[in-house]
Design a binder for this molecule. Structure first.
Ligand code: ADP
Ligand code: MG
Ligand code: MG
Length: 255
């Protein structure tokens, strides 16, 4: 049982003109077994939240707190966040030339668990997870992220989540196109992880379509760097019909 608590989080991003405030007081609590969806228009700061939680150096937390079971996440290095049980695809380098997927997965798993996975069962686990995600076995010999398509990146991300068994997973849906088949396979992977491990999931998305496959318990609407409205799954359905228009320009001015 784990709890990720985000309290009054303010984050600025490094730009050429200096730091630009993006998140303006985000409050969110995610527990094991729960699925939360963050939805919102482009540019509302959804990916900034994911990057800040991942410890991306360009994103500066200017105030607020983030804790995992009471431990200060913001004081942790990127590796420590992963070891503590937080999963974010962006924790890992974009491209790792010369490092195969298979080696990367085993090295990362060893770092996260603090011990190497048992060779025999690990090989089987990787194979099963790949086959569940309809990933071709040749994929494991490719260099990490080198020439990966959008769909391959996404499958690789879910493969990591299934193998690393985090307490809380933060998935920022690349808004760029997953076709319906890929979307279904990715969603099945998330649902399998939810069933098998009781992982808490924060699903960040611009579109409602993934929520047809992954049912959220809570929906949060993100506008101008903060949560403008919260509800249950019915809120996602309303957004599908109404879009985000009604929220534009409604956010309170920055303090
Ligand atoms: P979303 O994921 O909701 O589309 P983002 O978090 O990507 O929103 O972006 C929120 C705002 O922060 C946008 O105005 C965007 O231009 C700005 N922003 C995000 N990252 C950077 C960056 N690295 N450099 C400059 N501006 C950024
Ligand atoms: Mg965007
Ligand atoms: Mg985004």
């Amino acid at each position: 049982m784990s709890t990720l608590e985000i309290r009054d989080l303010h984050v600025s991003v490094e730009t050429k003109e200096g730091p630009k405030p993006i998140l303006r007081g985000v409050d969110l609590t995610i527990e094991s077994g729960q699925t939360h969806a963050i939805m919102g228009p482009n540019g509302s700061g959804k990916s900034t939240l994911a990057s800040a939680l991942a410890g991306h150096p360009k994103y500066q937390v200017t105030s607020g707190t983030v804790t995992l079971d009471g431990e200060d996440v913001l004081a942790m290095t990127v590796d420590e966040r992963a070891r503590a049980g937080l999963f974010l695809a962006m924790q890992y380098p974009v491209e790792v030339p010369g490092v195969s997927v298979a080696n990367f997965l085993r090295t990362a798993k060893t770092a996260i668990d603090g011990e190497a996975p048992k060779l025999r069962t690990w090989g089987r686990e990787v194979k099963d997870a790949m086959s569940n995600l309809r990933i071709d076995s040749a994929f494991s010999e490719r260099s990490v992220n080198e020439g990966f398509s959008g769909g391959e990146k996404k499958r690789h991300e879910i493969l990591q989540m299934e193998l690393f068994k985090p307490q809380i997973a933060i998935l920022d849906e690349t808004d760029s196109g997953l076709d319906v088949d890929a979307l279904r396979v990715v969603s099945e992977g998330v649902n399998r992880a939810k069933e098998n491990t009781d992982v808490g999931v924060l699903l960040i998305t611009h579109y409602t379509r993934i929520l047809r496959y992954i049912k959220p318990d809570f929906v949060h609407v993100f506008v101008d760097g903060r949560i403008a409205e919260e509800g249950g799954p019915e809120l996602a359905e309303r957004l599908e019909d109404e879009g985000y228009d009604k929220y534009v320009g409604t956010a309170a001015p920055a303090a």
